[in-house]
Design a protein around this ligand. Sequence first.
Ligand code: EPZ
Length: 419
Amino acid sequence: MDKILVHGGHPLRGTVRISGSKNSSLPILAAALLTRERCVIRGVPDLSDIHYMLTILSHLGCEVERASGVVIIKAERIRTEAPYELVRKMRASVCVLGPLLGREHEACVSLPGGCVIGDRPIDLHLRGFEALGAAVRVQGGNIKLFAPSLRGSSVSMRGSHGTTVLGTGNVMMAAVLADGITEIHDAAEEPEVVDLANFLISMGAKIRGAGTRHIVVEGVGELHGTDYTVIPDRIEAGTMLVAGAIAGGELTVNHVRPDHLEAVIAPLQSAGFHVESGAKSVTIRPNGSVSPLHLETSPYPGFPTDMQAQMCALLVRAPGVSVVTDHVFPQRFMHVAELSRMGAQIKLQHPTAVITGNGSLSGAPVMASDLRASAALLLAGLAAEGVTEINRVYHIDRGYEHIDDKLNDVGAKIERVKA
Ligand code: EPZ
C-alpha cells in the first residue's frame, strides 16, 4: 500500500485547479441507468470511488467508456442485481437502487457496509421507495425491491440526524418515471442534489424545487440521453483553502463555485484569514494570528460535515479553546487520535471535540482511516515540524484527484512512496 511523506514548513503560493465533484458524479453516473440512450458526462474526477461506480454500472450491463474526465454510458439492456463484492467497497453504490427501481421496477443490491464515520443506515431511502409503491425486503444481506407499478406520492426525507443527501437523490431517481406527482419533503438542499436534478431535467425529467426542502417530481413516460458537465467539488475546494490557511502563504482555488463555499469561507474568515471570492475562484491568505472557533456541522447550507476533520486540523494551530460538534455523523472523529500523535491536545466527548490549540504540530507516522480524516492528516503534515508519514493513502485517493501533485505544484513537499 502506498504511503505519502509530508515535509512540513513549506508555505503554499499559487493557484490550484479544482476537479469535478465526486459527490455529484456518483449519483449522476447512476442516473444514466434511467435511459437506453447515450449519456455523456463531463468533468468526472479520476478517483477510485468513480472507478468503483463504473465497475458496478458495467456489471449491471451498461456500456461504459471513459477518457480524461469524460464518461460515456449507454444502458441499453440492464440487469438489476449488484453483488456484495462490488457494493461493499463503496457505500454510495446504494444510489443505483433508485434508477433500477425507476426503470425496471425491481432491484437486488447488497446492503452497504457501515464505515468508520458511523453506521450508514438507508432506512429513509427504503421508506421513500415504499411510499412510491415498492415492496422492500432484506434477504441474505441484499435489499430486494419490487414494484408492479410506481405511483407518485408524498415522501419525507427527515431522519434523526436531519435529512439524507443520497436518500433525496435516490427517491428523485425512482420518481422521475413514476405515474403522477411525487412531493419530497425535508429534502437535502446540497448543491450535489441540485446537480443531479439538473442532470435528470436535461434527460427530460420534470423536477421543481431542487435546492430547497420541498422538491416536486412529475413522472414522465421516458427519459432521453444527454450531454452534461458536473459542478466543481466544493469539498476539495474547501480542503485546499484549509491547506493554504494551515501552511501559510497565499493560495487561490479556481474552477470553483464560490456560492457553494459560503459555509466554509465564513469560519475561515472568523478564524482570522483574509478570504476573497472572484467569479470562479477563491483566494485565502493569513491575516495575523489564528483565532479559536465554535463550529457545528449541519446539512447544507450549514457547515459541512465533510469539512469537519480538516477544520479540526487547522484549529490545532489556533491558540485557545475551539469546540467542534458533528451533528450529522456524531462518530466522525477518527482524525483525533492521529492528530494527537502529532501533538494536538483534543478531548473527545461525542459528538464534540474540544481542541486546546497550541500552535504547534510535530511530524509522526499516522494512519489514514476515512477519506476526510486522511485529508486532515495531510493538512496537519503541511504545518508540522519534520516529516509526517501517512499510511493507507488509498483512503485519500478515493476522493481527491492527485492531491499530492496539486499541492506540490504550489510549494508543498510531498513524496508518494510506492509500497
Ligand atoms: C452524502 O452521504 C455524502 N456522500 C457524504 O460524503 C456526506 O458526508 C453526507 O452526504 C452528508 O453531507 C456522497 O454524496 C457520495 P446522508 P449520504 O444520507 O447521502 C443518516 C464524503 O466524505 N441517515 O446525508 O450517505 C446518516 O447516518 C462522504 O465525501 C439515516 O439515518 O449521507 C447520517 O447520520 C462521506 N438514514 C445522516 O443521516 C438514512 O436512510 C446524513 O447522511 C440515510 C441517512
